[in-house]
Design a protein around this ligand. Structure first.
Ligand SMILES: [Zn+2]
Length: 236
């Protein structure tokens, strides 16, 4: 769903034990098409279709930003790169880089669970890890789609980032927050190993004027976003 000029929220359905939907974000301008997060292994066809549904030619994709190392965010990466006839730059925070590159095991995935998950996908899609071309730190501004600010929001993972799209005042929150039953909520404690750090990260967002939030789980939230985020962190 297009939410403003040059930014759309995608919807990928998947069945990973239980049915759920995830929401990568697509940003574009005349030179760049930027995908934020890549879905699960085996979702390449669905992802391609979702991008083209927004009227963006998939083969223009030239940047991928990963909000963090979890499998439902990095799982589609290698399939996208393999299908492309040109170089696609991969960007991620430096503190999640070693996991994404396979130098350290993913923090929330045992080898057994990974093997089980990958059984269902074609053999060619089973290599998950890949080199990060550009490492990001807090405060970086990326010159894509009118300007995207990198906000380090650790807690859900050590190198989790959120991204602020300046022209549309949209916060792409990754898994730093979720939308559940129409309400913007903090990160899911069951999959957030460091809740204290995660909530401290949310406090940083007060510095941004946010009109729309996109959560990977739950999708789009609009309303008095800054007040809601403040309420989430109060007393914690
Ligand atoms: Zn996650």
């Amino acid at each position: 769903m297009k939410i403003a000029n040059g930014i759309a929220v995608l919807e990928l359905e998947m069945n990973a034990g239980r049915q759920f939907v995830i929401h990568p974000t697509l940003l574009w301008d005349e030179e760049n098409v930027v995908l934020i997060d890549t879905g699960m292994p085996g979702q390449f066809a669905a992802l391609r279709e979702a991008v083209e549904k927004e009227g963006v030619v998939f083969d223009r994709l030239n940047r991928i930003i990963l909000t963090h190392q979890d499998i439902d965010h990095i799982g589609g990466l290698t399939a996208i790169l393999r299908a492309s006839d040109h170089k696609i730059d991969v960007l991620a925070h430096k503190d999640d880089q070693p996991y994404i590159e396979g130098k350290k095991p993913l923090i929330k995935m045992t080898p057994e669970r990974m093997a089980q998950l990958l059984q269902a996908v074609p053999e060619s899609d089973r290599k998950i890890t890949h080199k990060v071309d550009q490492t990001l730190v807090d405060g970086d501004v990326l010159p894509f789609a009118g300007g995207i600010t990198v906000i380090a929001t650790p807690g859900h993972t050590p190198g989790h980032i959120s991204l602020y799209h300046q022209p549309s005042k949209t916060l792409i929150a990754g898994d730093a927050m979720i939308v559940a039953d129409g309400q913007l909520s903090g990160p899911n404690p069951a999959v957030t190993p460091d809740m204290d750090t995660a909530l401290a990260s949310l406090r940083k967002l007060a510095a941004y004027d946010i009109e729309t939030v996109v959560c990977c789980h739950g999708g789009i939230y609009r309303g008095d976003v800054n007040a809601r985020i403040q309420a989430l962190t109060e007393g914690r």
